[in-house]
Write a protein that binds this ligand. Structure first.
Ligand code: ATP
Ligand code: MG
Length: 373
């Protein structure tokens, strides 16, 4: 997969950018605060419909401009080139304020953009997946599964809507005027879509872990292995997930009405990353891992994700490396170059060309970024 052309209009600090990337490594070099990450953010937003840096879309629109536009020409194996366009701030799709065009024609849903461009982003904030709060890990799951599965994204949107409705009613209960029949009416879709999310997360995670464990072992020179676990907010018993969810909600009814909020479900689930010598005792990387160990887990997850996408779609996704070189030692830096450059297009930001292996720079397209130009 390859982005053969990228155009930005009023996106962040770009009034207008027309960029024809190379098929291999693209290096965006320049001093701080010039707009290097903004280019990666535009590509990532096109792949996932959401920025990795902010949930407030208006931040993506250049100060004083009415809307931002990201357009890309994407070439996939065996397919004719597709034109993707995402307008932000246009108020076109529901309440999201984003509008999608494919091949020049308007699409009814934002999720119609998913699956046309796949990207794996490595950023120094990836450390938060390992050591941050549970919502960082849920965001990781939601973003990364959505970009492979528009059905997951649709289930997520439906779940959020149902959860909001159910929580509204629970709040009524808390204030003494709830209606049981309406609560049941919201519980149905909460269970239906929530169970789908949990099932898909578990299936995706199983595949990711199978890839991440050997990568993690290779990164640590065989010294450590990685186990990833899914921690559901209610016991996943022998029963099917919907049945277990219904039973758990029933048991939690008193607490839920007292607190006025749904206390169980995928919005409360978490992941664990446990590391240790192969066959030996495992420690929770979040609480016991050193910064270096946490970084290695995050790197293994991203490298595994790249491989998982390649296995799923049959070609490598684009790889976005945002300022990660300075965080890595030389051997890991080389690993990242070896793996991400084994075919496929890469975009890398850096303030300095020195840490990039010479043979990688030689074949790269290097562009200097200055004040949004
Ligand atoms: P660093 O090396 O520090 O990571 P960078 O080149 O990656 O820098 P970016 O994050 O891409 O920097 O761009 C930051 C610049 O973009 C800042 O100067 C910021 O003021 C500007 N900027 C961010 N959002 C907007 C916006 N909506 N409108 C105009 N300018 C913006
Ligand atoms: Mg940056």
């Amino acid at each position: 997969m390859q982005v053969s052309r990228l155009e930005l209009t009023d996106f962040r600090n770009y009034e207008r950018l027309e960029f024809t990337p190379g098929a291999g490594l693209n290096v965006l070099v320049g001093p701080n605060a010039q707009g290097k990450t903004n280019v990666l953010e535009a590509l990532y937003t096109l792949a996932t419909t959401k920025s990795h840096r902010t949930s407030r879309d208006t931040e993506l629109v250049r100060f004083g401009a009415p809307l931002a536009r990201v357009t890309a020409e994407v070439q996939k194996l065996g397919e004719i080139t597709s034109d993707l366009e995402l307008a932000i701030g246009a108020g076109g799709v529901g309440t999201s304020g984003k509008l999608v065009k494919l091949g020049g024609s308007k699409q009814p849903r934002l999720t119609d953009l998913l699956g046309h461009l796949n990207a794996v982003l490595f950023a120094s904030t990836d450390l938060d997946i390992v050591r941050g709060e549970p919502d960082e890990r849920r965001r990781f799951l939601n973003y990364e599964i959505s970009q492979l599965s528009p059905r997951y994204a649709l289930a997520l949107a439906a779940y959020r809507k149902a959860l909001e409705g159910r929580n509204r009613l629970l709040k009524d209960f808390k204030h003494g005027h709830g209606d049981v029949a309406s609560l049941e009416a919201w519980t149905g879709p909460v269970v239906e879509h929530g169970a789908k999310l949990i099932e898909r997360r578990q299936a995706w995670l199983e595949r990711l872990t199978a890839l991440a464990a050997p990568i993690h072992e290779a990164l640590t020179g065989g010294l450590e292995t990685l186990h990833v676990g899914y921690i559901a907010s209610f016991p996943l018993t022998e029963a099917s997930i919907p049945e277990a969810f219904v039973a758990a909600l029933k048991a939690a009814r008193r607490e839920e009405t007292a607190r006025g909020v749904t206390t169980l479900g995928p919005q409360r689930d978490d992941l664990t990353f446990r590391i240790g010598p192969p066959g030996g005792m495992l420690l929770d990387a979040r609480t016991y891992g050193s910064q270096g160990q946490q970084r290695t887990v995050a790197l293994a997850l991203r490298l595994a994700e790249r491989q998982l996408i390649e296995e799923t779609i049959g070609e490598p996704p684009i790889v976005l490396l945002d300022d990660v070189l300075s965080d890595l030692d030389e051997s890991r830096r080389n690993q990242i170059f070896a793996l991400s450059l084994s075919g496929g297009q890469t975009f890398l930001t850096t303030t300095d060309l020195a840490p990039i292996p010479l043979d990688a720079v030689k074949n790269a397209r290097v562009v200097t970024v200055r004040q949004g130009v």
